[in-house]
Write a new protein. Structure first.
Length: 351
């Protein structure tokens, strides 16, 4: 089956497109990798008119000089339409980021356009720039090179690494939200050491994290996003402010940093299951003692209610009652109290 036929089978609405419409970028790359794309980028002479052939509900992406495309959401599919650069598809592809993204399928002829060797680099599993100057057009592409290599398990060729190193400082000119998104994808890919290595080799580590990262210091890949930041970020509050983190992410990172050095069962219980279950990989990455979490830890509840403790001890509602109930819970977590009878003896013995 040709690429055109594969696209039309998955995206039947493409039949409505006029001559001179091209599917470009990631969808072509994914089809060549035998991966079904969910979204399409299309280049055509009149992107708004093309978009309206699919739907009256067209979304403008960007504003003013930052306008980028027109979007149509059709069920599970997203179509983004942009104008062909200078009206020339070859010029358009020459301005794209990486060779594996600089391919296009002509929807009328079915021809695959691959002027920069994208198929070759797909086979070799290499992220290779089309032109170093294209990083100057959008410095975020430097971080995208890391993201693609990590997510696709590709390497980055030496010339591309060198071009990024030369321009690494310019990444700070990119909107914080865009950088934060790329970092979240990079550190959610289950390839922590590769991510750190590429950030180091591109010198993006110094610019983004304020220091040189040493990939040889770590010994695990299955680190979560919050776990990665807990390992790499020295000042989470400042980093969160700079790169527009959510409050939830900041709380997780701060809690996990505290657990790195103090992860007894009570501390893990207090942190909560969502955070605690991320800690074994973090500790493996840091070459600390292995951490085995009990399946029952987060199901533990105090065996006695406050009212029951009052009935047994005569202690009224207030701070002292709370102290005794907390002491009972901690004793249960440590495994010192397992039954109701033991719990009753425990609270009676507290002074």
């Amino acid at each position: 089956m040709s690429l055109r036929d594969a696209l039309l089978r998955r995206f039947q609405a493409l039949e409505r497109m006029p001559p001179g419409t091209f599917v470009v970028g990631g969808a072509v790359r994914d089809l060549l990798r035998r991966v079904d794309p969910a979204d399409l980028d299309l280049a055509c002479a009149d992107p708004l008119a093309c978009a309206r052939l699919l739907s009256d509900r067209v979304i403008r992406l960007g504003a003013g000089e930052h306008f980028s495309a027109w979007r149509v959401v059709d069920g599970d599919h997203v179509y983004d339409f942009a104008a062909i650069l200078d009206g020339d598809i070859d010029a358009d592809l020459a301005r794209r980021d990486f060779t594996v993204n600089a391919m296009a399928v002509d929807l009328r002829s079915g021809d695959l356009l691959d002027p920069h060797g994208g198929q070759r680099d797909l086979r070799a599993r290499v992220v290779r720039m089309v032109d170093a100057a294209n990083f100057d057009d959008d410095p975020l592409r430097m971080l995208k090179a890391v993201r693609m290599a990590v997510a696709l398990r590709f390497s980055v060729d030496d010339a591309t690494l060198a071009a990024i190193r030369e321009r690494a400082d310019s990444i700070v000119n990119v909107a914080a939200e865009r950088i934060s998104y790329e970092l979240s994808v990079i550190f959610s890919a289950g390839a922590f050491r590769t991510a750190v290595d590429l950030l180091h080799r591109t010198r993006l580590d110094v610019v983004l994290f304020g220091r040189t990262l040493d990939p040889s210091s770590y010994d695990a890949d299955d680190v979560s996003l919050a776990g990665a930041f807990a390992i790499l970020v020295r000042d989470p509050k400042s980093f969160a402010k700079r790169w527009k983190w959510s409050e939830s992410l900041l709380r997780q990172v701060t809690a996990m940093q505290e657990l790195i050095d103090h992860h007894d069962p009570i501390a893990l219980y207090d942190a909560g299951e969502e955070i605690a279950t991320q800690m074994p990989a973090v500790l493996r990455a840091l070459r600390r003692e292995p951490l085995a979490l009990s399946d029952d830890l987060f199901r533990i509840r105090a065996l006695l209610t406050g009212g029951e403790i009052t009935a047994l001890t005569g202690v009224p509602s207030g701070p002292e009652l709370g102290r005794r109930k907390r002491a009972l819970l901690e004793a249960q977590i440590r495994g010192e109290v397992r039954t109701r009878a033991e719990a009753e003896r425990f609270v009676r013995a507290l002074s």
